[in-house]
Structures are given as structure tokens and as C-alpha cells.
Design a protein around this ligand. Sequence first.
Ligand SMILES: CC(C)(COP(=O)(O)OP(=O)(O)OC[C@H]1O[C@@H](n2cnc3c(N)ncnc32)[C@H](O)[C@@H]1OP(=O)(O)O)[C@@H](O)C(=O)NCCC(=O)NCCS
Length: 179
Amino acid sequence: MFTCNLTDETELRLLEIRHAEALYLLTTSSSAHLREWLPWVDHINHVADSRAFIESGLKQFTHQDGFHAGIWHRGQLAGVIGLHGIHWGNRSTSIGYWIGDRFEGKGLVTMATKALVHHCFDELNLERVEIRVATGNPRSQAIPKRLGFTEEGILRHAEYLYDHYVDHIVYSKLADEHQ
Ligand SMILES: CC(C)(COP(=O)(O)OP(=O)(O)OC[C@H]1O[C@@H](n2cnc3c(N)ncnc32)[C@H](O)[C@@H]1OP(=O)(O)O)[C@@H](O)C(=O)NCCC(=O)NCCS
């Protein structure tokens, strides 16, 4: 089971079915803040929707294709971080994350991302870790920048968000750039 202590108060823990209600409450209580960049939030209408998300992450974990971990702070579920699948042929993956609005500004996601990057290189022996962020989302861009990722370029109109296309910046780190 994937768990990782970040500080005395903060840890990453694989999301399990029993966390569905906490995840549902966190997602719905932060939906106004999350939905600007995460359109799937509008489809979380019941605890069962959060359970289905957790089940999909557990299936990924079973197949060594990534996972979804909760970011737990002072015993509360604060956010989610995970790997969007693993391409074992290329030994590459990409990281996604979000945090509840009341947990923003504490460095929790930067810490969680740093730990997951270590896990990708030191435990999974991957070659490349990617983070993609919309050009209009500077809070999220700050995370790969703080962690020394390289900005590779822009994918134009990479995502359709509600009623318009947004461009994505691609950030990456390679195994030999990791400490
Ligand atoms: C993007 C998102 C995860 C960033 O959250 P965040 O709280 O700003 O990120 P961090 O947890 O790394 O915290 C960084 C902040 O904590 C501060 N901080 C405090 N202690 C810190 C520490 N030890 N290390 C780093 N930062 C620290 C930083 O100064 C920064 O504050 P600032 O924004 O006032 O400059 C969050 O805004 C979010 O969930 N947004 C909606 C969903 C989303 O956009 N997801 C990403 C899609 S690509």
C-alpha cells in the first residue's frame, strides 16, 4: 500500500473505498474553487461518484498503472495527487493534483509532488515525469517551477474547458535531473 509521511502533520496515503465520503465532502465543499480548472467536478453529485473515482485508482494500482493518493493534513483529507497512468515502454508518467480551498497556500501540494517525484524515480525507476498545466493557471505552474522541472513548450488548444479551448504548458523532469 502506498503511504508516505511528508511531515509530522501531513502524509500521502493511497485512497481506499472507505475514504469515499471524505473525498465527496472535500470535493463538493471546494467545487467553486476546483471547477475553474477541473471540469469533472460538475459530475460529482453523489458519494458513489467519489467511490467510482477511488475504484478506478485502485484498479490502476493493481495493474501498476499509477494510483490516486489522498493528501492528509492533521488527520483530514486535504487534496488528491496521482499518476495519470504509467507508460512502461517509455518509462514515463504524468502527475495531477488538487487541494481543497481551505488547505491552499500551505505548501502541501509542492511537498506531495516532491514526494511523488521521488517515488517515480527512486522506486518505480521511471525516466520521465511530466506535469501539464493550463497557461492561465499560475498557482499550478508554480509547483513544477519550484521543483526544478523544465518548461518544454506549449500544447495549443490541448483541452476544451466548458466553452473554450485552453493551451497547456508541458513541464518535465528526467531521471538524471533528479538530485
Ligand atoms: C493548483 C493548486 C493545487 C495549488 O495549490 P497551492 O496551495 O497554491 O500549492 P502549494 O500547496 O504548493 O502551496 C504553495 C503556497 O504555499 C506557500 N508555502 C508555504 N509553505 C511552503 C512550503 N514549505 N513549500 C512551498 N510553498 C509553501 C507558498 O508560498 C505558496 O503560497 P502563495 O501561493 O501565496 O505564493 C490549487 O490552487 C488547486 O487545487 N487549484 C484548483 C485545481 C487545479 O488547478 N489543479 C491543477 C490542475 S493542473
